[in-house]
Design a protein around this ligand. Sequence first.
Ligand SMILES: Nc1nc2c(ncn2[C@@H]2O[C@H](COP(=O)(O)OP(=O)(O)OP(=O)(O)O)[C@@H](O)[C@H]2O)c(=O)[nH]1
Ligand SMILES: [Mg+2]
Length: 418
Amino acid sequence: MHKLAKTDDCQLLIPAHDEPAPELSIVIPALNEELTIGAFLNWCFEGIKKADIAAEVLIIDSSDDHTAQIALAAGARVLKVPRRGLGRAYIDALPYIRGKYVLMGDSDCTYDFREIAPFVEKFRQGYEFIMGSRFRGSMEANAMPPLHRYFGIPLTTFIYDLIYGQCFSDIHCGMRGITLDALKRMELQAQSWEYASEMIVKWSLLRLRVTEIPIKFYKDQEGRLSHHKRLGFLSPWLAGWINLKVMLTYGADFFLVKPGLVIAFIGATLMTFSFFAKYFYGDAYNAYNNAYSNENIFLLCLCTGAFLLNLGASFFYSGIIAEILYYLTDHASKKWLKWLAYDHSFTISIALSLIGLGLLVFSCYYSMTHNALSLYDKVYPIITAVSLFVLAFINFTSTLILHAMANMKAMRAYRHSK
Ligand SMILES: Nc1nc2c(ncn2[C@@H]2O[C@H](COP(=O)(O)OP(=O)(O)OP(=O)(O)O)[C@@H](O)[C@H]2O)c(=O)[nH]1
Ligand SMILES: [Mg+2]
């Protein structure tokens, strides 16, 4: 057995029989799992043999029991890391992974690592991210608390699928495969359980080739207490919430871009309607109603429309900026820079400002040449003009920020590649 230190606070222990050139790395965090780690590693080596692949098992160990010694004796590499959370364990392990395919999971014998062949097959077919699904596979009785099985996991999976337009069935499944290249490109930041959601959000931002396969899920072995139970009853709720936060953080397209477009469209329609409606309906209505009631409604519609138009535009542009910041490929930058190219965007802003200016001039002229104007006649050109100025301004400044950010991102990527 050798010791090999790569960073100050991590230490790699290598077993006597070490695979020299693994194609697959089974990378598993462990925190005080001496009860199950031996059996788990037997499962792994059985699975590796059946899948007929050169593989290593790398245990990322933060235990203070005998987990590391047992794992090493059973033939796994052990990376000793300080106890800093599940996500952090994977981040720490990244420089030590040698296989081009990576399989993740828990060391508690709940995921069946004797059945890794389907993952290997999918990797070889070119998939870069392979999610296990306990719901499409099988679950032993009592393997999952009913609260998780019928509420927590289906609900968060539904929310994820809705936001990201996917059809996964089990986004919290810990058994998942990813290519090393994709894992590096993901640049995971999560320190705790939310790494699971960060991965599932980022694969779509990276546009990886993804698939889902059914897996078996077993209940905890007699005597083993799940980490959530060890941490108290609030632990699964906390895990659910931090996972949900990650999904919302990266959901700019769902929360801002699309709603922004819809809100702006409603606002523009309302404004156009109220702008012209007076001439179509005003007189007929006034003939048998209070002379001003109709105009007041149109005025209210105009103000609401102006507000919605600019609110929608603000949603839309902040969504685009968030997308450029979060997307890990240059796909979003390219798309939006094409749509909001400097020249187009500035021409639009100038056109909107000129229309606004024209309306103001018209309004002054109309007020000077006509007597006894209604409130609507006096203010509707001004409200429309002001909202067009604001829209032109939002469009102009957002285009500047957008291009500055895209340039900054491209520069960073260039420096990174050197
Ligand atoms: N290295 C390391 N491993 C951890 C840490 N926390 C949990 N683990 C391991 O990560 C795997 C998954 O753990 P958890 O999801 O926290 O909990 P669990 O006990 O499997 O609980 P359930 O999710 O209810 O099944 C287990 O193999 C743990 O031993 C940690 O801070 N560091
Ligand atoms: Mg578990």
